[in-house]
Design a protein. Structure first.
Length: 217
């Protein structure tokens, strides 16, 4: 059987147990994209992905509950009820406060709705920490809010070095969600959180990376 390139990657990841790849492979089998159309195989992969989703949701809830010990709780996570999906595990974000020295808490990727407010010594230290986080741990997006031109310029330089796109004084929440949901488009390809992108010029010439910034006009 000859598989399309994308389908081969889906199958490889699905066989390793990756739920999203299992779902995508199910779609391919159901529609005949890259593989012969096979509804039995489609049902198999959909079932595997669905069973994993439940266990992953339970694990996410457990992670949120355990995360309360990582810092001072600013805003607790609470469960939201959805009448259309009564079995769904929907939680609001947990917001924690900690000091810059508490790196074991926030310098680790923590899946689930867990956020940290990190207290730094001053503005310069906060910008340096943001750059280090992007370079060492990765970042899909960054934001800065300031009325001081020198602070904005310093953050622009830091995010260029950290290779993460920067939003300057943007209001509204869409830009973070947009970057997370469509990271293949918005990632720069230059840091560990977004090391591949459909619009990454490095696919053509690996010497170049494109890091953008945006602000209201």
């Amino acid at each position: 059987m000859i598989l399309g390139k994308r389908t081969r990657w889906f199958r490889r990841s699905a066989e390793w147990g990756e739920a999203r790849a299992q779902y995508n492979l199910g779609v391919c089998c159901a529609t005949g994209q890259g593989v012969p159309r096979d509804l039995v195989q489609a049902h198999l992969w959909f079932s595997l992905a669905g069973s994993q989703a439940h266990s992953e949701a339970q694990a996410a809830v457990h992670r949120v509950e355990e995360a309360h010990r990582l810092g001072e709780v600013v805003l607790s996570s609470r469960r939201l009820e959805n009448p259309e999906y009564p079995q769904a595990q929907v939680r609001t974000p947990l917001l924690l406060k900690c000091d810059a020295k508490d790196e074991d808490a926030y310098m680790v990727e923590r899946f689930g709705p867990i956020s940290f407010v990190v207290r730094a010594a001053d503005t310069g230290a906060a910008i340096a920490l943001a750059e280090r986080l992007a370079r060492e741990c990765g970042a899909l997006t960054a934001g800065v809010y300031s009325t001081r031109a020198e602070v904005i310029d310093a953050m622009v330089d830091a995010t260029c070095r950290g290779k993460v796109a920067l939003s300057i004084n943007l209001t509204g929440g869409v830009f973070v969600n947009q970057s997370a949901a469509f990271s293949d488009y918005h990632g720069t390809g230059g840091n560990p959180a977004a090391n591949a992108s459909y619009t990454d010029a490095a696919f053509v010439a690996n010497r170049f990376r494109v890091v953008q910034r945006r602000r209201h006009i």
